[in-house]
Ligand binder design. Structure first.
Ligand SMILES: Nc1nc2c(ncn2[C@@H]2O[C@H](COP(=O)(O)OP(=O)(O)OP(=O)(O)O)[C@@H](O)[C@H]2O)c(=O)[nH]1
Ligand SMILES: [Zn+2]
Length: 188
């Protein structure tokens, strides 16, 4: 179930079109408010999702070694300008007490957290905390690299610039060798 009020978005988009000097009744854009409302419902659908729910399914597998799912593509919306930022997320954890999650659940959690008005830093730490608090692993490390459209198509206009953020929990905090292992596996 979506909490998005499509009618309200349609009204708002019609007002924006008018405000920029467009004719909202022009044939090409007559249906744009409807399309934008539908799109916002999709790109902000993560607001209804709790990433922790994905970690309720666990396999009692006795693997207490590194698991890394890398290059998970994601698209999000910068909460300051409501324009996209997008890139790749890399999620690593070291399971404890047989609490191993399905690999796809790591990617689903990324998706749920990204599909909201966001900051890159918050996506990174929310994913790390969700895993750390539910699976209770030895450690978690999340690295995200992204390009922000608000820095490329407007404002400071620096196309190609990338922002890299990381969030580290548990044993990774005190173990530079493990952090380096994850970083080198990400680069491979
Ligand atoms: N920390 C952080 N900042 C972000 C993110 N996305 C966008 N921003 C920044 O948010 C800031 C908003 O700055 P403001 O001065 O309020 O807005 P602005 O006048 O549009 O800023 P400029 O982008 O510099 O033109 C900018 O510096 C953006 O680069 C993000 O994910 N994390
Ligand atoms: Zn922005």
């Amino acid at each position: 179930m979506s909490n998005v009020n499509r009618t309200q978005i349609e009204e708002a988009v019609r007002l924006i079109l008018e405000a920029i000097g467009e004719d909202p009744n022009r044939e090409g854009i007559r249906d744009t408010p409807k399309r934008v409302a539908k799109m916002y419902e999709e790109v902000f659908s993560g607001l209804n999702q709790n990433p922790k729910e994905y970690f309720e399914t666990i396999f009692g597998e006795d693997h207490e070694e590194l698991v890394l799912v890398k290059d998970i593509p994601f698209y999000s919306m910068c909460e300051h300008h409501l324009v996209p930022f997008f890139g790749k997320a890399h999620v690593a954890y070291i399971p404890r007490n047989g609490k191993v999650t399905g690999l796809s659940k790591l990617a689903r959690a990324v998706e749920a957290v990204a599909k909201r008005p966001q900051l890159q830093e918050r996506i990174t730490s929310t994913i790390a905390d969700s895993i750390y608090e539910t699976l209770e692993p030895y450690g978690v490390m999340v690295v995200i690299e992204a390009e922000h459209m608000c820095m490329t198509m407007r404002g400071v206009k620096k196309p190609g610039s990338k922002t890299v953020t990381s969030a580290v929990r548990g044993t990774f905090l005190n173990d530079a060798a493990s952090r380096a292992e994850v970083l080198s596996l990400i680069k491979e």
